[in-house]
Design a protein around this ligand. Sequence first.
Ligand SMILES: Cc1cc2nc3c(=O)[nH]c(=O)nc-3n(C[C@H](O)[C@H](O)[C@H](O)COP(=O)(O)OP(=O)(O)OC[C@H]3O[C@@H](n4cnc5c(N)ncnc54)[C@H](O)[C@@H]3O)c2cc1C
Ligand code: FES
Ligand code: FES
Length: 498
Amino acid sequence: MYDMKSLYEAETVQDAIRLLQEHPEAQIIAGGSDVLVQMREGKRAGAELVSIYGLDDLRGVTLEEDGTLWIGSLTSFSHITQDPLIQKYIPVLGEAVDMVGGPQIRNIGTIGGNTCNGVTSADSASTLFAWDAVIELTGPVGVRQIPIRDFYIKAGKVDLQPGEIQTGILIRKESYEGYAGHYIKYAMRNAMDIATLGCSVNVKLTEDKKRFEDIRIAYGVAGPVPMRAVHAEEAGRGLEVTDENIEKIGDTVLKDVTPRDSWRASKAFREHISKVLCKRALREAVKRAAGYEGYAGVTGADGADEAGDAAGGRNEAASEAVRPGTQVHSIMTDPTSQRQYKLIRCRINGVERETMVDARASLTDMLRNDYSLTSVKKGCEVGECGACNVIIDGECYNSCIYLAAWADGKDILTLEGLMGPNGELSDIQQAFIDEAAVQCGFCTPGVIMSAVEILESGKEYTRDELRKLLSGHLCRCTGYENILNAVEKTMKKRLGKE
Ligand SMILES: Cc1cc2nc3c(=O)[nH]c(=O)nc-3n(C[C@H](O)[C@H](O)[C@H](O)COP(=O)(O)OP(=O)(O)OC[C@H]3O[C@@H](n4cnc5c(N)ncnc54)[C@H](O)[C@@H]3O)c2cc1C
Ligand code: FES
Ligand code: FES
């Protein structure tokens, strides 16, 4: 159970605004991957929450008539990466958010949450700075739009006025047209780690591809808030695309970055990798911008050994008029205990269920306590280990950081749901046995559910891709190779490529 005072669920943007006005102390929760973790850690203990998780109109990416891309604030990282408009116009953003945490975090974490937490290490932020993104905020006095550089006030603080929510992020046509970019996250692990430094470089070349018409270089963790390297950008504009000039531009970033010492890395190391990452990202961005074939350094000297291996129509909800008399939420308060409950209806392992859940309960609590689905393990309970992983509407989520109240209307699958009517094991379960992929077994149900999501996609993945898709799990018995073998063999078997 979360130590939460009250939960209010908004059904429209206007509901959310009204709820925030009625409960001025309340905090917004979107995907909850920051909020619930902080609540578990005691930092937000006892808080009132206004949930905007159900505002589906704020999910998705659309292209406006003037070419502006609108990204709904509740769009999850995995949906951004897969979105055809993002892939077509600003693939570097999809690339950047594909480096957040692990797959389950990318399914729950939203771009709105990533920018509203005000954190310099947010993986989406540097690229949004590079694209001169505009933040769309909707509040009691209407909609306002502000440049992202003005949205960030200081570390952990953004320009959100009382009663306001972020409804979208806009990227204007002139900001992305003709540009190509590359994002590099330097972290101590390839997954489930926040950036020691993040660098997004985006270039526009002249028509003959020989000069830099424009360069945009942005960083996370190079200062208290994400930032642009304006001196380096200025130094590069108009220069010929040569290896020497890339070195020069990369060295100039020291005029811009102001990193600090932290337990992750010293200031000196961050300054060093600021240059290295800029040069690497610049070379890759040049390749992507034009494939300037004559530039020998593009494919060769990438300085790779310098710092070691780095890890259709717009939704109208934002401007929607207040729906008078809207039933704001179905959470009920027990007058005696002041505890809050919600009647939810969902499908669990193919069976329709109806249950009264405590507003403070996580989905793990509900599945284990109300339905005895003990394959859903309680491990870290802060979204890091994957032991509680279940499939909701076809996607994997760590149920420890998913409110039970959000399960209303969802289709949930746990390991128990994989078995046949007489307890027959599914192919992937049997493969785990055959490949000795199970040791103590604590992590196994969660890993198998990720494997199910992978196998259900019907796609063929390389071993490296499988490694990434399974990276949201910690196995304390360290049986990773055997787990990979089991998933890979089952995938090939299903695809008839054994
Ligand atoms: C295990 C783990 C690994 C992680 N790894 C990474 C990583 O590698 N890179 C990274 O960048 N992040 C990482 N995160 C952090 C987190 O997943 C992201 O910051 C995510 O984008 C938060 O989105 P959310 O919807 O879950 O936000 P929430 O937790 O719901 O909210 C975050 C903050 O933003 C506010 N907020 C959210 N949405 C809005 C809105 N629309 N309007 C106004 N305010 C809003 C909330 O009040 C809160 O202050 C990780 C988290 C976990 C648990
Ligand atoms: S991720 Fe949920 S228990 Fe560890
Ligand atoms: S098998 Fe023991 S934790 Fe993974």
